[in-house]
Write a protein that binds this ligand. Structure first.
Ligand code: URA
Length: 242
């Protein structure tokens, strides 16, 4: 994956090394004290020195790039969980090749058996725009239902559904029938309640057999990605969320 280069304000040299190399602050300090790091061609032994994206920082003859926030699109396959740890299933983070994964989080989770678009980032303000119901960011799911699509579904979903153990109705959702003979629909919602799509169809007396997320806001799952593959978002995709 080619990393987005971001013009960034100043950072301490040790913090810069942590981000660029995925080392701890202590390990970064050791590299600096051992005189292994140069800044603009000169050895620098001071961890607190400020560097910018214009500074040339090198370690072992490798030029290190200042890393900006990360924004990743993953095609989540079935059987992976959207959390850092799980006692049973593999975490979707195992599918991405990144340093400092502990800094990353999911901008909206999918159930273990749901496939499709997952966004992963270390920018909390950006992901809040996606996950906060206040911002009404649309998420579109392709759904295969067990039973026939009711004639009244579109209207009921648009009006809001009463979910078990929820006080408020769901926000208006859009239903589009893709293939009635196959019970296949697209559902667009603006919230992200626990098992929301499955619970919405359960409330209508149906059952979700397969669930796949295709879109979050203006970001569409890249059709060149295979299940388990990822790529960095383009600047246009990142900006579309703000
Ligand atoms: N709704 C669900 O029920 N499951 C998901 O994974 C996503 C939305």
């Amino acid at each position: 994956m080619a990393q987005n280069k971001v013009q960034q304000e100043k950072a301490r040299l040790d913090k810069f090394l942590c981000d660029a190399l995925g080392v701890t602050r202590r390990e970064a300090t050791i590299l600096i004290k051992r005189a292994e790091v140069t800044v603009d061609g000169a050895i620098c032994k001071v961890a607190s020195v400020k560097v910018t994206s214009e500074s040339v920082v090198e370690w072992q003859d490798r030029k290190l790039e200042m890393r900006g926030p990360r924004y990743i699109m993953l095609f989540k396959p079935d059987g992976f969980v959207c959390s850092h740890e799980d006692g049973f299933n593999q975490t979707a983070l195992a599918l991405i090749d990144e340093v400092k994964k502990e800094d990353l989080h999911f901008a909206g989770r999918l159930d273990v058996d749901t496939t499709g678009l997952v966004l992963i980032t270390d920018d909390g303000k950006w992901s809040h725009r996606i996950t906060s119901p206040k911002h009404k960011c649309e998420k579109t799911y392709r759904v295969l239902l067990a039973d026939a699509i009711g004639d009244d579904y579109a209207e009921k979903l648009a009006q809001g559904i009463e979910l078990r153990n929820e006080r408020e109705l769901t926000a208006p959702a859009k239903l589009e029938v893709v293939d009635a003979s196959n019970n296949e629909v697209l559902l667009t919602i603006t919230e992200g309640k626990y098992h929301q799509v499955k619970r919405m169809f359960a409330a209508l007396g149906n059952k979700v057999d397969e669930l796949h997320r295709e879109r979050i806001g203006n970001i569409v799952l890249d059709d060149t990605l295979e299940p388990g593959e990822c790529r960095y978002l383009t600047q246009e995709e990142i900006d579309s969320v703000w």
